[in-house]
Design a protein around this ligand. Structure first.
Ligand code: ARG
Length: 287
């Protein structure tokens, strides 16, 4: 009984398939088809159906990406080796960590390159999902955004001209002209130095350029980018004594615990697997 129904159903299906095939064919070929022909028609129909289903899937996927499948990372790609332009691409430690986090969370991600002091507002407004920019955790910023667990320890250092015998320790910055990147912790610390004149630049390397041109006496900036800038420019050195020690973390909109927990879980697993260290080692060679 079961067999018979199956056979009948199959026959009906074949008839339907051949009918569908006939309707699109010119009249003169409407003679009874051979079995091979019918089979070929059927395979074609199946293939078309499968292709259509696949199409629908991609559409659905695309739609999902638009909605919640893509994490938007806000950064300021003027901060090697954490984020910088390499040809047409934005690369660096933060970019790779963010990509790994997104992958761990099963999401795509894209990078939005904006001014450093726009990152927190962008995250607060929800235009970006998170900020990853070698951003130091500070009490002040904690009022505006939530921070992930730290993924790096950093320092603020002082860059001066190699032949400057006047500045040997951070205390010597009193009364000097100091260049910083606008809105960074270097900017904040500089503003505490007595009688100092602060020159704020949009990009860290612009401050370094001003130093090479003797327009300013020193630059306060994060240790790793300082090393890159000093290596790229002749006649500069970094003071041995660092200014501060800080922690870098990723920021999210206040109260977005779901994303924050996802990011923290991903950071933990990247630390444990050694992947995080691998990324760092790719960009920072141990001295
Ligand atoms: N760590 C410093 C801060 O949080 C500087 C970060 C600058 N980052 C950048 N991508 N430009 O203020």
């Amino acid at each position: 009984m079961k067999k018979q129904i199956t056979a009948l159903a199959l026959a009906a299906m074949m008839a339907a398939a051949s009918l569908a095939g006939c309707s699109s064919k010119p009249a003169e070929t409407s003679a009874p088809e051979t079995e091979a022909q019918t089979e070929a028609e059927q395979t074609k129909a199946e293939e078309a159906e499968a292709a259509e289903a696949e199409n629908e899937e991609t559409e659905a996927e695309a739609e999902q990406s638009e909605n919640k499948g893509v994490l938007v990372m806000a950064t300021n790609a003027e901060f090697p080796p954490y984020e910088f332009h390499d040809g047409g691409e934005i690369v660096g430690i933060d970019v790779e960590i963010a990509a790994a986090i997104a992958a761990e969370m099963g999401m795509d991600f894209e990078v939005e390159d904006i001014a450093f002091d726009s990152i927190i507002p962008e995250v607060q407004s929800g235009k970006a999902d998170f900020g990853a920019a070698g951003m130091t955790v500070t009490e002040d910023r904690k009022q505006s955004v939530d921070f992930s667990d730290s993924y790096a320890t950093a320092t603020q250092v002082i860059i001066i001209k190699e032949d400057n015998a006047d500045i040997v320790s951070p205390d010597d910055l009193e009364g000097k002209t100091i260049g910083v990147q606008l809105g960074t912790t270097g900017d904040i610390y500089a503003s505490d130095i007595a009688d100092a004149t602060i020159e704020q630049y949009n990009k860290g390397f612009e401050a370094v350029q001003a130093l090479t041109q003797n327009k300013i006496d020193a630059v306060i900036i994060d240790g790793e980018p300082a090393k890159v800038f000093v290596a790229e420019n002749e006649g500069l050195k970094i003071l041995d004594e660092a200014f501060t020690t800080e922690e870098y973390a990723i920021c999210v909109e206040k109260g977005n615990t779901e994303l924050l927990e996802g990011i923290n879980a991903a950071i933990a697993s990247l630390k444990e697997s050694g992947e995080l260290q691998k990324i760092v080692d790719k960009y920072i060679t141990a001295e």
